[in-house]
Design a protein around this ligand. Structure first.
Ligand code: SF4
Length: 382
């Protein structure tokens, strides 16, 4: 089912946004939005909040960035400052919303990405992505490609209420299965987020989504309990709930949040434990594997991944995060030489956020690194 949207074509001057640090969940360093506005109109969509500065037309108009592939190509071709890293098409729009079938902006972006050999991570709620399975497989063979389907319930009626113009959860899982079969190089999984309190946080729903994802061939489930409730987005979501057959959960959600933008720590911790247990039961990873560049950043990215995953797992299992691990992991992504060289010089303590606890954690990995013990290792890339 599609909604009538006003479609406007517009040329833009810039395409690619560079993040200060790669995202520690999806590993994206760059983002690109093929469209402005999203015809999926999920009722919880965070893009409605004031911080994205999107107009109210987000609900009724989709702007097609008509020259996006050309400006992306120019940016990747001419830039002396960019180095290949993961690009995430979408973010404040779904790259495979219905207009994509006609204008193919995302496919055009993928062609440019493939040409310049950048890795890619795509999150979507649409089965239209299966159209691009060959190019996704090619990108995965050349560099790295991850596709995550956002699925939070297998209850079709509830999904239709929350995400009225997306593919159904069953169709998304079928698409995941197809990609897994036709593009074995692509890492596929489920983004189990946002999990709506009192509607989707019951054990039956948690287990069903994880079990069905595993059966479809998912390599990972990345989950996030609760949803953010911010200004205009919160107002819209609560109003929609109150007008629906699910109106009985509006008050409990507001009581749970107590005016905060997220649910309380205890709630998140309980949910994390349940989700983690179900993922263990079905033997499925709770993180997606990171792209590792084959240049001076190789060990920086590997060690960064270890630190960020450790921080995440501590939060998941113990309910407390270690901010030095988190910041050491993030800032290491921007180091302009290999950590192996820093280690060889005995300068680890000079790296930002590398306190004694962090150093103690990373040193065994560095000692084991092949590059440290062989002459023809990472130094050949420097
Ligand atoms: S698909 Fe994503 S960007 Fe589009 S409306 Fe839904 S949550 Fe928002």
């Amino acid at each position: 089912m599609t909604k009538n949207f006003k479609i406007t074509y517009k040329e833009f001057k810039t395409a690619l946004n560079k993040l200060k640090y790669p995202d520690s969940w999806f590993w994206c360093r760059y983002t690109i939005n093929p469209y402005s506005g999203c015809a999926h109109t999920c009722i919880y969509c965070d893009a409605r909040s004031d911080r994205y500065y999107l107009s109210q037309d987000f609900e009724t108009e989709v702007i097609v960035k008509s020259n996006i592939d050309k400006i992306l190509d120019q940016r990747l071709k001419r830039s002396r400052t960019l180095i290949p890293d993961v690009i995430g098409p979408g973010g404040v729009c779904d790259a495979y919303q219905p207009i994509e079938l006609e204008v193919e902006n995302t496919l055009k972006i993928l062609r440019v990405i493939e040409k310049h050999k950048y890795p890619v991570n795509i999150a979507t709620k649409s089965n239209l992505i299966t159209r691009d399975v060959d190019i996704l497989n090619k990108i995965a063979s050349d560099t790295w490609c991850t596709v995550g389907f956002s699925i939070t319930t297998m209850n079709e009626e509830l999904a239709h209420f929350l995400e009225p113009y997306s593919s159904s959860p069953k169709e998304r899982l079928e698409a995941l299965k197809q990609i897994k079969q036709k593009a074995p190089n692509v890492q596929v999984g489920t983004y189990f987020m946002p999990i709506i309190p009192f509607l989707e946080d019951n054990d039956e729903n948690l287990e069903t989504v994880i079990k069905k994802s595993k059966e479809a061939g998912a390599n990972f489930i990345v989950f996030a309990p609760g949803l953010t409730l911010r200004d205009a987005q919160a107002e819209f979501f609560i109003r929609k709930l109150k007008e629906s057959k699910y109106n009985h959960v509006a008050k409990p959600i507001l009581n749970l949040y107590k005016g905060q933008i997220g649910p309380p720590r205890e709630y998140v911790h309980t949910m994390h434990q349940k989700l983690f247990d179900f993922c263990q039961k079905y033997d499925i990873a709770v993180r997606e594997k990171r792209w590792i560049p084959n240049d001076y950043r190789k060990w920086n990215y590997k060690i960064s991944e270890l630190l960020l995953v450790k921080n995440y797992m501590d939060e998941l299992t113990l309910g407390k995060s270690n901010k030095s691990f988190y910041w050491a992991g993030l800032t290491l992504n921007n180091l302009e030489e290999s950590i192996i060289n820093v280690y060889k010089r005995g300068d680890l303590a000079k790296l930002r956020n590398f306190n004694s606890e962090v150093r103690e954690f990373v040193e065994p990995y560095l000692k084991k690194s092949k590059e440290l013990n062989e002459k023809t290792g990472i130094d050949k890339f420097l």
